[in-house]
Design a protein around this ligand. Structure first.
Ligand code: GUN
Length: 290
């Protein structure tokens, strides 16, 4: 039976560290670190993520405000809003929640954010630094996974990390981080076109599932004793629940629990870490800006 990696508890420790740092920043700078979360439209999952991010920021001593705009907002109006936030000295971190409505070009929006305020780590300048191994604001989900592995004592050096999924938010930056000096993993990235996926995932010492398909990773795809990190948050219909759905990951949890050495649950695994790292990035951005 696998050991559970308690993302919620590890995230609480990171958040406590950030709260201490934010208090010290307030002392020195005479202001709190400032975060602005931009939410366009009414995507149900995005609304709940944004609420969680703003609440956690407030609790850590970060001055957080959520800016809500209608789903039919024009790209020009969003770019104007971002320019205002770039120019606002009280704002250290800007997060535009993805996905965006069809009329808005995601790439243009990400490029418009001041890289020094890009607490998602999505701007090409920050992505470039990440790939080069330079210090930068790192994408929150992969950074949270690395922190979770570190704090759980999982050996990464020389380990084979297999990432399933090649998104810009998780898969690609995850691969870059695991390759870094000091982390030193051997990295394989798989995706929907990969041939004989199970033969590759079975080689993983660390398996990161970021596909976005409920319970996609089954027990036969996992090596005995492997560390399994489940990035998925999928809503599946469940009439026995009051809200009409339950959350499942990209990993068939009950079956994989029997073969893995360690595994993250959903909810309570990667999700809380993503939020904790956003707070850490906001504090880091504030300190650099002074
Ligand atoms: N949508 C899903 N994950 C993320 C994330 O980490 N940041 C932003 N901005 N949007 C997301």
């Amino acid at each position: 039976m696998a050991q559970l990696i308690d993302g919620k508890a590890i995230a609480a420790a990171v958040r406590a560290d950030v709260a201490g740092g934010a208090a010290a920043f307030l002392e020195d700078a005479g202001r709190k670190p400032g975060l602005r979360v931009v939410l366009i439209g009414e995507h149900p999952a995005s609304q709940s993520y944004v609420r969680a991010k703003a609440r956690a920021a407030g609790e850590a001593g970060i001055e957080a405000e959520t800016l809500r705009r209608p789903a039919d907002l024009s790209q020009d109006d969003l770019l104007t809003l971002i320019a205002d936030l770039n120019a606002d000295p009280a704002v250290d971190g800007i997060l535009v929640q993805l996905p965006l409505p069809d009329q808005i070009d995601e790439t243009a929006v990400i490029r418009a954010i001041d890289p020094a305020k890009d607490v998602d780590g999505f701007h090409p300048e920050n992505v470039g630094k990440l790939v080069l191994g330079e210090e930068t604001l790192e994408p929150c989900t992969p950074a949270g996974i690395v922190e979770m592995l570190r704090r759980s004592g999982v050996e990464t050096s020389g380990a084979h990390t297999v990432v399933v999924g090649r998104s810009n938010i998780v898969g690609k930056p995850m691969a870059s981080l695991m390759l870094r000096r000091g982390i030193d993993s051997t990295v394989t990235v798989c995706h929907s076109r990969t041939r004989d996926l199970p033969s590759i995932t079975r080689q993983a010492d660390i398996l990161v599932a970021a596909i976005g398909r409920p319970e996609f990773v089954t027990a036969d795809m996992v090596k005995s004793g492997a560390t399994v990190i489940d990035v998925g948050i999928n809503r599946v219909e469940d009439e026995t629940r009051e809200r009409g759905y339950r959350l499942v990951g990209d990993v068939a949890f009950d079956a994989v629990l029997e073969v893995a050495g360690a595994i993250t649950p959903v909810p309570g695994g990667v999700g809380p870490m993503t939020i904790a790292m956003l707070l850490q990035n906001t504090l880091q951005a504030a300190r650099r800006r002074g």
